[in-house]
Write a protein that binds this ligand. Structure first.
Ligand code: SF4
Ligand code: SF4
Length: 358
């Protein structure tokens, strides 16, 4: 009997990035000497052997239509031999090793209306969590918040006029797969879910919903003779995790789903320890399509930071130096009872293991 033919394994996941790199980048991998910022949005990396690679960075609206992509790829073919990459903050970077192509590339991008910038001491493009494109929990349109705020922060993106780099993030639920940065705009549900008991028994798998709650606040219950669920509102932290597996437990609300702004988060430990962000403004209306109230708070924080910070101080370092009372004074943001974390439930209630507790 012939030996069964083994099939080739199917590779999945990210393809090897080296095949897509610019040849100068690939050739000098691990051999770079230094880099310089030559103008906003333009960097040159110099290798130990003298090779130079120029990067031109432009902002995009992230959710890209095919016409925009064609425009960008035509520019890439003409000036960058087709070598681009998208950054985590939805910028596009073009690469070329021809210095004479850099300025025409910048001009071509500007002619088409793209903002070139986002490097050094600028406000980088706002990053946002994946939102309604891929996730089932969103309480707001994070990409919409990003687009409307970046329209207002155009000068801060295209110039080097901040004390240091500013990373802003948004996230569309309270559980929050991102949303940590120098400034973070995060959605905030302020009321427990409302339950439509007539639908729960037909729509929801009750054990899945019970298991989904991080603080074990949901219990099975019989309501009007029908199987349903009930929420212990004293335990509920209004996270919004229960409505994706059970839409009749609706938590999104035009009044009670709001935005909160946090500042001072820093993942990096380059110069100091990483820091957690702190809440500075809560109860901001979640007001599409332009979110003017949230944008006004962000601009106020940026103006105060620009005015008061020393050169190269990040937002967390600036606040650390001047102190939180002074921060609230200079920004004019009100300090309220909502800024005080008095929630003591975490130790007893928060599911930090895989076991469900009742
Ligand atoms: S922040 Fe929340 S809703 Fe938004 S993509 Fe992440 S997990 Fe989903
Ligand atoms: S999943 Fe979140 S919103 Fe739903 S009951 Fe539990 S804590 Fe409240």
């Amino acid at each position: 009997m012939s030996k069964p033919q083994m099939r080739e394994p199917i590779e999945s996941g990210c393809p090897d990035g080296f095949q897509y790199m610019h040849p100068t980048m690939r050739r000098n991998f691990g051999m770079w000497d230094y880099h310089e910022d030559t103008q906003p949005g333009v960097m040159v990396h110099v290798a130990k052997n003298g090779d130079k690679l120029y990067t031109v960075k432009a902002g995009t609206q992230r959710i890209l239509d095919v016409f925009t992509l064609r425009d960008l790829m035509d520019i890439a073919d003409e000036y960058a031999d087709g070598h681009v990459r998208f950054t985590i903050r939805s910028n596009i970077e073009f690469y070329t090793d021809h210095e004479e192509k850099v300025q025409p590339l910048v001009d071509a991008l500007k002619d088409k209306g793209y903002a070139v910038g986002g490097t050094r001491n600028s406000v980088a493009s706002i990053s946002h969590t994946q939102g309604w494109l891929h996730c089932d929990i969103p309480g707001t349109d994070a990409s919409g918040v990003v687009k409307s705020m970046m329209d207002e922060l155009y000068d801060e993106f295209t110039n080097w006029n901040m004390p240091n780099r500013v990373h802003i993030t948004t996230s569309c639920c309270q559980i929050n797969c991102g949303g940590q940065g120098d400034i973070a705009i995060n959605v905030q549900h302020t009321k427990p879910p409302k339950i439509d008991h007539s639908l729960v028994g037909n729509v929801c798998e009750r054990p899945s919903v019970v298991a989904r709650c991080p603080v074990a606040a949901i219990r099975p219950a019989m309501v009007d003779g029908k199987p349903s669920l009930e929420v212990d509102e004293k335990k509920c932290i209004c996270c919004g995790a229960c409505y994706p597996p059970c839409p009749p437990m609706q938590i999104n609300d035009h009044e009670f789903t709001q935005l909160a702004i946090w500042i001072g988060g820093n993942h990096s430990n380059a110069r100091g320890k990483p820091t957690f962000q702190r809440l500075v403004a809560a109860g901001i209306p979640n007001n599409p399509p332009r979110w003017p109230e949230a944008t006004a708070v962000v601009k106020k924080i940026l103006e105060s930071y620009k005015e008061g910070a020393r050169d190269w101080e990040r937002i967390n370092e600036w606040v650390e130096r001047i102190g939180w009372p002074r921060f609230f004074e200079v920004t004019g943001l009100p300090f309220t009872k909502y800024h005080i974390d008095n929630w003591r439930g975490a130790r007893a209630n928060l599911n930090s293991s895989t076991h469900i507790r009742f």
